[in-house]
Ligand binder design. Sequence first.
Ligand code: NAD
Ligand code: ADE
Length: 421
Amino acid sequence: MNLTTIIQESLIRDLELAPHGLLKIEWVKKHMPIMNELHQEFTKEQPLAGKRLLLCLHLEAKTAYFAQTLHAGGAEVTVVASNPLSTQDDVVAALVASGVRAYAWYGSTSEECFANIRRALDHHPEIIIDDGGDVVALLHTERPEQIPEVIGGCEETTTGLVRLRAMERKGELKFPMIAVNDAYMKYLFDNRYGTGQSVWDGIMRTTNLVVAGKTVVVVGYGWCGKGVSMRAKGLGARIIITEIDPIKANEALMDGFEVMPLSQAAAQGDFFITVTGNVRVIRREHLEVIKDGAILANAGHFDVEISKPDLTELAISSRTVRNNIEEFVFADGRRIYLLAEGRLVNLAAGDGHPAEVMDTSFSLQALSARYLAEKAPDLTPRVISVPLDIDQRVARLRLQAQGITIDTLTPEQEKYLASWE
Ligand code: NAD
Ligand code: ADE
């Protein structure tokens, strides 16, 4: 597909922003050594030659480099936004200038995001790279006639997999989806250390407030919650965990955190961070007792964890007090601050995970896309795991990039581990 056509077909904010976006991509490339290797490999081997790919992701610099790698591997790539506030217009412009079709701009409404997915579907994708499950859901509900064209896809995040597994249980999933989120080199690093760092980066650059000595309530102690809490501890905060899973609650206790119901934590927190993947976890009953000045942020995939309808109903007025901070004033005079409209704070008010972390996540994605292109006829329409050899290759490359070597089993140890006597 020639560049002029890609530019004409794309719907973005402004192509003139491309030079600035290009600089951002150049910066992350320096810190994505695994993707650099895959970029070379894909350019040489053309594993995706002629394949049409649709990526619905957070459109920032690391994602752009990933899309460019797929493009270099021979694919016709179209990108759309998986969140209206995580798109960086300059990066998208640079992406289009490099031959990737895009339908995305910062601040689009949810309706515009879905309209953009439909536009992208008009190009008849064969492989879907989804983050949150919206493309797969739309294909199954609105475009069933296109399903036979799709050989499969990859899902980036926990919430997307929750949705895919619900489809699978009902026998409604019609093509194989690789659970990239569930690869070891994904959730142990991206969800934990990536979210741990980038959520605090987003909160701190947005609020410019101190964390030390404050009470941080982390709602949900899954992989993301663990990372967010771990880094809050490093910042000197007092941490309260709220959970619904007794096992995770025990884990939080043994990690040295206070555990209590949210109804009790609500009156104590200075910062609240939701990372549950669930709906309405902070709602009216909590807002009614929350402290004056409390800051609410969400890091879960959808903006449904903090009830915005309840906030709006309880407030007598609201205003934007700083970029990405909305103040809600309650009748009793309390002021509550919501960051980034309750959308995932690290991406809507930041740049997402660090480059080195997305290097591993997107390398898993690239190798999984290649696996789909090569193995699709052998795969069943289910949620499938990332093959262990892909996970281990990414792990090895990550160590190599850091100049770390590790031991190998001696023949005696191998024999010992294979025996039972
Ligand atoms: P997870 O399944 O490991 O953890 C979620 C935790 O929330 C579980 O322990 C669960 O018991 C708990 N939970 C559910 N409902 C709750 C409630 N009402 N109150 C308290 N706890 C509750 O999932 P994860 O991998 O940590 O992901 C969490 C969310 O973050 C998902 O939406 C995921 O898609 C998203 N995510 C965001 C980023 C990011 O960059 N912001 C990165 C990865 C994942
Ligand atoms: N950057 C691009 N995609 C991302 C994701 N899913 N999580 C965090 N940072 C990202």
